[in-house]
Design a protein around this ligand. Sequence first.
Ligand SMILES: *Cc1c(COP(=O)(O)O)cnc(C)c1O
Length: 334
Amino acid sequence: MRSWQDIPRRGYVTRPTPLEELARFSEKAGVRVRVKRDDLLPLGGNKIRKLDYLIEEAVQAGADTLITASTNQCCHNSMTALLAAREGMACRVIMESWGDTRYRYETAANHAMMELCGPEETAVVTDLPSGPVEDMPEARRMAEAARTAGKKPWFLSRGGSGPLGALGYVRCAAELIGQWGDDPPEAVICPCGIGGTQAGLTVGLRLLGCRIPVVGVGVTGKGREDMERSVRSQCRELTDFLETEPVPEGAVRCVEGFSGGGYGKPSREQVLWMKALAASEGILTDPSYSGKALYGLCGLAARGEYRGPGGLVFLHTGGLQLFYDFSSLADVEA
Ligand SMILES: *Cc1c(COP(=O)(O)O)cnc(C)c1O
């Protein structure tokens, strides 16, 4: 077995994010809720935990140009551009434009943040790629262009997926166990996009001897079984990587029905819960990821699930910059 603590990282994440009790919101939701404030991570979201490991690998390999891809409302591309600048590296990024077809790059804050960091090149693709970044024709062309310019390109996985990225959430699991001590929750609720966050948490908790379920709330409109299959295979990649026991099938649970109109499209009910959290606790969630997980948490509570005294831990994955792409949530349709 490999010790996860010995796997090198850049050190972007310097201290645990807080775990906070939400007394007023708990009353509204009808269940005890604590929030893990990963929205307070440097640069505001979960991707930095993944990039902490992924960029270390690129640095060790002597790379000077990062090439990556992610969907238009994922924080991975913008955060990669920021961190590349911080490392004195170049980057070339591919935006996968799907979900809301009205998404406008010219005005999107997530895109603007990225452009501000001066990537050498950005490309937009409209077909949803099925394979890894290195199989994308745009990425191959970018790598060739970098090589021609005498640079050493490095492919970073799409959306920070894969075992090394998921390791960031093994670290988060260790923080959580230390924080809740002898007052654990009934379950941890997180958004499920690609599923690396959920896979990392699931493997991390079990690795540390904790059997508390992790529930992923789908944000893309994919069916439950599809999502669970994908998260299970990512758990498997991670346990293989760590040379440890695989997690049992039943340890992976995803829920559907909380993703509104699909990726990037929140429902009215979701926005009402986002407002409830903001108004009672001063915590903002984003429409595409954390707001959907919040809605899922409240939906599970309303069904009477996980009603023990430990309540629920809401993993707030951040994504605040996505909020600015929805300047008016008031007219969101049901
Ligand atoms: C990418 C992202 C997620 C989803 O993480 P996965 O590991 O892809 O499931 C959740 N929240 C925010 C803000 C993100 O950018």
